[in-house]
Write a protein that binds this ligand. Structure first.
Ligand SMILES: Nc1nc2c(c(=O)[nH]1)N[C@H]1C(S)=C(S)[C@@H](COP(=O)(O)O)O[C@H]1N2
Ligand SMILES: [Mo]
Length: 248
């Protein structure tokens, strides 16, 4: 970590962020105070994570550095328990007729969808043409039998802190996955493995890592970053004060 760099934006876990993007973001939304207050604890979380990773796995550490494939490591908690193919569980519950719990082998046995899109973090960094692969969320919702009163879906994570949400219509889009693979490899722990949400058309904070719960609800409940000022409807280019100029 380089302490001479400016503090990271609210959802950025490393110190070599994109200061320009941060200024644009904070200036646009007027969330400066919030960002500054939030950043230091994230920073400490990342540092302790990297210190732990460096002890155990120098190769893994390289992959987490900025520009290690273009990704940055994010977690709002300082440590996240590991779940393996043997211990991972994903529950689907709430306003459904058939609540279910899936193991990783069970998820892998379902039809897989592969998509190649650009990953876009709301703070400005992006990773072009990134393959994600997994089970369509709509398939899991259909299997569970969503009740007519339901209008939204809430996602919880085994880091014990992060959450996300989508409207039911958004959740049923074909480009929303429970992703098991990224860049044609099984999802590693740092990127939210064994399974994370992948919401292709939205900023990457919607793509909750370490996914453990899918709960069908009546109304949208703002997720972790959304309670801190980010848009719930996080369409890339059309949210968070980033509305693209119309082109003719
Ligand atoms: N559980 C959890 N999911 C999360 C986050 C997090 O801190 N915790 N950060 C989000 C943000 S802001 C981004 S940009 C991406 C980063 O994913 P990556 O660490 O695989 O690059 O994860 C999103 N999902
Ligand atoms: Mo992000």
């Amino acid at each position: 970590m380089n302490s001479e760099q400016p503090p990271p934006p609210p959802d950025e876990g490393d110190a070599r962020g994109t200061p320009v993007g941060r200024r644009v973001f904070l200036g646009t939304l007027g969330l400066g105070a919030l960002g500054v207050v939030t950043a230091p604890s994230l920073q400490r979380g990342l540092e302790s994570f990297l210190a732990g990773a460096a002890d155990k796995d120098p190769t893994g550490l390289t992959g987490l550095l900025p520009n290690g494939g273009g990704f940055r490591y994010y977690s709002v908690t300082s440590s996240v328990p590991r779940r393996t193919a043997a211990t991972y569980r994903l529950t689907v519950d709430g306003l459904v007729d058939r609540p279910a719990t899936y193991t990783l082998p069970e998820l892998k046995a379902l039809p897989q969808t592969r998509m190649v899109r650009d990953v876009q973090c709301v703070t400005g960094w992006r990773v072009p043409h990134t393959p994600f692969e997994g089970v369509r969320l709509s398939r899991l919702l259909d299997a569970a039998g969503v009740r007519p009163s339901a209008r939204a879906v809430r996602f919880t994570c085994f880091d014990g802190a992060y959450s996300e949400s989508l409207t039911l219509d958004q959740a049923r889009r074909p480009d929303v996955l429970v992703a098991l693979r990224m860049r044609d490899e099984d999802l590693g722990h740092a990127h939210g493995g064994p399974a994370r949400l992948y919401v292709a058309p939205m900023y990457f904070y919607k793509s909750a890592k370490w996914l453990s719960g899918i709960t069908v609800t009546e109304d949208v409940e703002p997720g972790y970053w959304e309670e801190r000022g980010y848009d719930v409807d996080a369409w890339v280019g059309r949210s968070n004060g980033r509305d693209d100029e119309p082109t003719h």
